[in-house]
Design a binder for this molecule. Structure first.
Ligand code: SAM
Length: 314
């Protein structure tokens, strides 16, 4: 029946006398969670419990039928949420007996946590995904999820585990939630950071890394180019090119990174190879443009200057 003192009113400090005559005041730093008037009403209704001997601190009696859902208890017995041995068996069933994870959690434990903390459709983040239990359980429970894992087991264990889930894997909580399979996930490998702490493009960044960033920020799609041409691709009727890091073979400082008639001709050559007859607009990222505004207009080119126009995504 106690609460933290933070926003307590004077109403929440009073003496409670138990049936055996013992007097209770709120413990140090706390107050009663209800006013004297509410306490008196609950007492009359037989809703206050003073322990078996009738002398303990008061507790409010709440009936299960009055609580929406199930109120979480602080004691989670292994008969309900599983134990380490069970989680090891789940891991062995999924990956074979040689698979070793330091502290895998049973699916039923993650289910309880997600049940309390989330609703279907919510987004669950486990930034230390380990064997992938959180993601597997979130998937079976109809939550969306992001799992982050730096170890190779992201590829060798987490992704195959989720693939099995999609195919209707029967272990863990599958029976309890009547899991039948379905859904999907995307697997991404994080590239090196493009920006330093101050938001500048890092000096050591290589062409394919910047190309992937520029392409993604322009098109919202992952880049699958090889990085051997300044032309990054054509998407939604627009071509995208990046002049950076001597991609055209000219290693002089700034050489090949500047939009000139010559570098434009090379980009146009690559466009013609990829999509003969393409006459849509073109975005070019480069250190500088030597083309006049009139030429840029005529050629339907949007020029963006590195590094200033390369934006870190919020
Ligand atoms: C104890 S396990 C996670 C257990 C997991 N959540 C489960 O319930 O099975 C910790 C994992 O975090 C990963 N890890 C540690 N530091 C990381 C980091 N900075 N970024 C991504 N993963 C990391 C480790 O490789 C390891 O697989």
């Amino acid at each position: 029946m106690t609460a933290q003192e933070g926003h307590a009113t004077a109403e929440q400090y009073y003496e409670v006398v138990t049936p055996s005559g013992k007097v209770h005041r709120p413990p140090e730093g706390r107050c009663w969670g209800i006013s004297r008037a509410t306490y008196d009403r609950l007492l009359r209704e037989g809703r206050i419990y003073f322990g078996k001997k009738g002398d303990a601190q008061p507790n409010i009696i709440r009936y299960l039928s009055e609580v929406p859902g199930v109120a979480p208890w602080t004691w989670w017995p292994s008969s309900e949420v599983g134990h380490t041995d069970q989680s090891k068996k789940e891991i062995h069933a999924l990956f074979g007996k040689t698979a070793a994870f330091e502290s895998p959690k049973p699916e039923s434990l993650m289910e309880r946590i997600l049940h309390i903390a989330t609703n279907p459709g919510d987004l669950v983040l486990d930034s230390f995904l380990g064997s992938g239990t959180t993601a597997a359980v979130a998937h079976k429970m109809g939550r969306r999820y992001i799992g982050i894992e730096m170890g190779e087991h992201a590829r060798t264990h987490c992704a195959p585990r989720l693939q099995k889930v999609i195919e209707g894997e029967k272990g863990g909580i599958s029976e309890a939630v009547r899991w039948q399979g379905g859904g999907g996930f995307r697997f991404y490998r994080l590239g090196p950071p493009v920006f330093d702490e101050e938001g500048h493009i890092r000096q050591d960044i290589r062409f394919p890394v910047l190309a992937a960033h520029v392409w993604f920020s322009e098109t919202d799609r992952p880049w699958d180019g090889s990085g051997d041409s300044p032309l990054l691709g054509i998407e939604g009727g627009r071509a995208h090119a990046l002049l950076y890091n001597g991609i055209l073979g000219d290693k002089r400082p700034g050489g090949g990174n500047v939009l000139t008639r010559a570098t434009l001709a090379l980009i146009r050559e690559d466009i013609a190879k990829l999509a003969p007859g393409f006459d849509g607009p073109l975005t070019v990222y480069g250190e500088q443009s030597r083309l006049t505004p009139a030429t840029l207009d005529r050629e339907r080119i949007t020029f963006k200057q590195t590094p200033y126009d390369v934006k870190a995504r919020a």
